[in-house]
Design a protein around this ligand. Structure first.
Ligand SMILES: C[S@@+](CC[C@H](N)C(=O)[O-])C[C@H]1O[C@@H](n2cnc3c(N)ncnc32)[C@H](O)[C@@H]1O
Length: 333
């Protein structure tokens, strides 16, 4: 059954004191849709890091579409946390990419205007086109803004829900960004950031060729590239990525977390295979010297569309992805 498990393993978002036990360092989900540090041979950079978001548009949209069931579960949970969502009149999706979640939010909050905010115009065009296809044009808008400059007080208008997935980590000062996003909230409004989870899994540990554990080695490679990406961002500020603590420092209360799961067991369908092929291709291109010859050869076999043991044809490819959402509310004074 290719259906997602119900996601909502929810911790306290009700204002109760969070569990005191220190959480293990969160495993980043970064790289689910993109790899950090890869080169495209493309001169134009839409935003101030080394990723060309415009070139990644199709990949981001394919990733978003695969994750729609998990996005819907996240949106339903947020609606619940906001008392059913009836009072939610304005929602911002910060770093929206092609607007898949923007549209899911518009469906989940039928009374709300939902605005996709992003620094890449081509992605906002996709968001508008998507909203049109889904009959949501009247309520979905876009706002082109380069962050953090675009977070200046008043620039985004007020909102009842601010959602941001996998975007804050592309800003040098993550705490500063959360502080600014919290200021956008109306009293009682909620900021929710999806910025952690587990590295995506899609291959068996032992592929039947090559050295077992390739996926764990690819994770390590991405971790290094992620760190290099963060260190290279303008105004990069090191911070312990304790997202609940960061949200509390931004002045929010009732901070908690829940995790959504996308569980597509083998055999994976074509859209999932297309997405993984594109993702693995980018990982291979980004590896520049960090993988040994045997792992590179293994990747080439996996990427060979004609090979029975390749990603496109082998029966044991699956997709398992977990995203953690951290959320808190602006107090009503
Ligand atoms: C990894 S994608 C996430 C897209 C979508 N939220 C998702 O979860 O699939 C990051 C998005 O943030 C945008 N972004 C990155 N840095 C930005 C910046 N400095 N200003 C504005 N947008 C930025 C990119 O254009 C891209 O759409």
């Amino acid at each position: 059954m290719n259906a997602p498990k119900d996601p909502a393993q929810h911790h306290d978002l009700s204002g109760r004191a969070p569990a005191p036990a220190p959480a293990p360092a969160p495993a980043h989900r970064h790289g689910d849709a993109h790899t950090h540090g890869h080169t495209h041979g493309h001169a134009h950079h839409a935003v101030a890091d080394d990723l060309d978001w415009e070139l990644l548009a199709g990949h981001l949209e394919a990733s978003g579409e695969l994750h729609v069931p998990a996005h819907r579960a996240a949106a339903a949970r947020l609606s619940e946390l906001l008392g059913g969502g009836r009072e939610v009149r304005r929602v911002l999706d910060i770093g929206s990419g092609p607007g898949v979640m923007t549209c899911v939010l518009a469906e989940a909050f039928p009374e709300a205007e939902v605005v996709a905010v992003d620094g890449t115009p081509a992605l906002l065009d996709r968001a508008l086109a998507r909203a049109g296809r889904l009959g949501l044009s009247g309520r979905v808008g876009v706002h082109h803004a380069r962050l953090p400059e675009g977070l200046a007080d008043g620039a985004l208008g007020a909102a009842d829900l601010v959602w941001s997935s996998e975007a804050v980590h592309h800003l040098g000062d993550q705490q500063g960004a959360l502080d600014a996003l919290a200021r956008v909230l109306r009293p009682g409004g909620m900021l929710a950031v999806a910025e952690s989870g587990l590295p995506m899994r899609f291959l068996p540990r032992d592929l039947g060729f090559g050295r077992p554990g390739l996926q764990a080695r690819l994770d390590a490679l991405q971790e290094d590239r992620y760190q290099a990406m963060r260190a290279g961002l303008p105004g990069s500020v090191p911070v312990a990525e304790d997202w609940p603590a960061m949200l509390r420092r931004a002045g929010l209360t009732g901070v908690g977390a829940f995790t959504t799961l996308l569980d597509l067991p083998a055999p994976l369908g074509e859209p999932g295979r297309d997405f993984l092929h594109s993702r693995l291709t980018r990982l291979r291109d980004a590896s520049d010297g960090s993988l040994d010859a045997l792992d590179l050869e293994t990747l080439d076999r996996l990427l060979d569309p004609a090979a029975a043991e390749g990603l496109r044809r082998r029966p044991d490819v699956f997709l398992l992805s977990a995203a953690t959402v951290f959320a808190g509310k602006r107090p009503v004074l």
